[in-house]
Design a protein around this ligand. Structure first.
Ligand SMILES: NC(=O)c1ccc[n+]([C@@H]2O[C@H](COP(=O)([O-])OP(=O)(O)OC[C@H]3O[C@@H](n4cnc5c(N)ncnc54)[C@H](OP(=O)(O)O)[C@@H]3O)[C@@H](O)[C@H]2O)c1
Length: 307
């Protein structure tokens, strides 16, 4: 287990070792992603951050905050709705142009919400929540991997260690969608996709991390109607007394991106920072499911882009 005090002291020592880093943040306009971005701005001497979000004007005051946290930093916002694969491809091209030949050290992915309203098919025929939490993240990781420095890392904040048995003839959950199944499928497919990427890019690290419960307002952002009101005004205020603070989880995510032990390969980290291989994931790995999932992803991306 990696304690919070270990995380904090490692991050506090960062400027001496790693003065300049370039990172891409997706899903950092609130919650855990934003907390990670603030930690990054605080602990890296000369940080460059490319921040991808769907509403530039809503983020304007936070850009000011980041610049005052670190006046030596460069913080650029690129506007894109990352629920669609075609928009992800376009914004990855913009990232490439922004970098003008430079490389990326870190990619943080934390976009998404929990789909409480059943399957919500978007313009590309994908469930919108599933697309944000799974397909889109794998698309970002695949598109940005060639731009990573040697030893570069992708950290995706979702469900490392939360994998489970999938409905194997309905990976996309077209016929079997439920909140629980979507969580299991997105976590399991995610870890197997990262295995595949780690094989393709053996000098990089692909880290799938479970943050544990954190008081970000995620449930209230996700649910609508009576359930949304109950989450926002009753469940989340109560939960916030017991669960982790986003700032602490953000520190932990920065640690996963910078601590020496998470170099190279595919990592599934639980909320304590322990590499976890649950029985279902072990079985899928042993049966060669990483390759199958890689092929499934290609098919789903092609299908989405044809719609
Ligand atoms: N918080 C927890 O306890 C917890 C536990 C386990 C796993 N997770 C996972 O960790 C990730 C981050 O959670 P969080 O608590 O930080 O959530 P959050 O505070 O709600 O932040 C979610 C991020 O995703 C973006 N997003 C949401 N819906 C979007 C949409 N339709 N299109 C484009 N972007 C969208 C948000 O952008 P806007 O600012 O534009 O809305 C925001 O940047 C999620 O995938 C969540 O499932 C969280």
């Amino acid at each position: 287990m990696v304690s919070l005090s270990e995380v904090r002291s490692s991050n506090a020592a960062l400027p001496r070792g790693q003065g300049t880093l370039t990172a891409v943040f997706v899903g950092a306009t609130s919650g855990i992603g934003l907390a990670t971005l603030r930690s990054y701005a605080t602990h890296i001497s000369n940080p460059t951050a490319l921040i991808i979000g769907r509403n530039r004007s809503k983020f304007a005051s936070e850009l000011g905050n980041l610049r005052s946290l670190n006046p030596a930093g460069s913080f650029t916002f690129l506007e894109a709705d990352v629920s669609l694969i075609k928009n992800i491809d376009a914004v990855c091209e913009s990232i490439k142009q922004q970098l003008s030949g430079a490389k990326v050290d870190l990619v943080y992915l934390s976009q998404g919400y929990v789909g409480f309203n059943g399957r919500e098919t978007n313009a590309e025929g994908l469930d919108n929540s599933f697309s944000l939490r799974y397909y889109g993240r794998i698309r970002f990781a695949s598109r940005l991997a060639p731009l990573l420095t040697p030893n570069g890392r992708v950290v995706s904040v979702l469900g490392g260690g939360q994998e489970g048995k999938m409905i194997e003839d309905d990976l996309d959950l077209e016929r079997n969608y439920s909140v629980g199944q979507a969580m299991v499928h997105s976590a399991t497919l995610h870890s197997l996709s990262f295995d595949q990427l780690a094989k393709q890019y053996p000098d990089k690290a692909f880290i799938h991390a479970f943050p544990g419960l954190a008081s970000t307002g995620l449930l209230g952002h996700s649910a609508t109607g009576v359930l949304g009101v109950a989450f926002k005004w009753i469940v989340e205020p109560l939960m916030s007394l017991f669960v982790a603070k986003p700032a602490d989880v953000g520190e932990r995510m920065l640690y996963y991106g910078t601590a020496p032990q998470f170099q190279r390969g595919s990592w599934t980290l639980n909320e304590k920072g322990e590499a976890k291989e649950v029985a279902a994931l072990k079985e899928y790995r042993e049966k060669g499911w990483a390759e199958k999932v890689g092929e499934f992803n290609v098919k789903m991306f092609e299908r989405a882009l044809q719609v």
